[in-house]
Design a protein around this ligand. Structure first.
Ligand SMILES: *Cc1c(COP(=O)(O)O)cnc(C)c1O
Length: 226
């Protein structure tokens, strides 16, 4: 049982292209599970909540080379803490949040990496930009200098068929290409953070560079938290 996390990781790795960055989503799982995944070679971990991540980071302070990814909605009052505890923020979902993170990053002399969370299909349960709103905000996003905007992140609504999912992933890739063709000075969208346990193979086939897997690595989550 104790090495089942390692076993799943080794099996998974064998199927993944080497260029895809595997982020182990450890939300709701204990620090001990992270330690096991670390032992199997994982260095990228994703958490949804700032405080939950900080608690685990404290317990794992002997593991110095972890990259922490924030993948959950960030309330603006926790923006500074997020900058202090995560190297990547995938869930930048509004211009206001981006500008706040940029200002705080400048004041604290750090250059956090960010993805813009996009919502290509209407989904009342999810945050993120629509395509048209994002196009409107690109000019202002391009003013961010300390916040390094490097990618797009998307979460699919539940209940899509495989071909519908694939379509959304392709649209996300196309949106990235469109933005890059506009040659903004500070917006080079190289990363596509898309694909979770259910749909990561489709996401990879559409060009995902970062996949975020929880259950595939850690097993079923007791609390259904997203
Ligand atoms: C929980 C979560 C994941 C991982 O989900 P699994 O189904 O466990 O792979 C990925 N991305 C986000 C944004 C999440 O909240």
């Amino acid at each position: 049982m104790t090495d089942s996390i390692a076993h799943r990781i080794h099996q998974l790795r064998a199927t993944l292209p080497e260029t895809v960055r595997l982020i182990a989503v450890s939300k709701t799982f204990p620090a001990e599970a992270i330690r096991q995944a670390y032992g199997a070679g994982i260095r990228d971990f994703g958490e949804s909540k700032v405080q939950e991540a900080i608690d685990k980071q404290t317990q794992l302070s002997d593991l110095p080379d972890i990259t922490w990814h924030l993948i959950g909605h960030l309330q603006s009052n926790k923006a500074l803490k997020a900058l202090q505890h995560f190297q990547w923020i995938h869930s930048v979902d509004s211009l206001k949040l981006a500008q706040r993170l940029d200002r705080l990053a400048q004041e604290s002399n750090c250059t956090p990496n960010a993805c813009l969370q996009v919502k290509l299909l209407p989904d009342p349960n999810k945050f993120g930009w629509s395509i048209s709103q994002l196009q409107t905000d690109l000019f202002d996003l391009n003013q961010c200098q300390s916040l390094k905007i490097k990618g797009l992140m998307t979460i699919l609504p539940q209940g899509l068929t495989a071909s519908e999912s694939l379509e959304v992933f392709h649209q996300t890739k196309k949106l990235a290409t469109d933005i890059n063709q506009q040659s903004w000075q500070n917006l080079a969208i190289q990363e596509l953070s898309m694909g979770m346990s259910e749909d990561f193979s489709l996401a990879i086939s559409a060009g995902a560079t970062m996949i975020r897997l929880g259950r595939t690595i850690f097993g079923a989550r007791v609390t259904q938290l997203r």
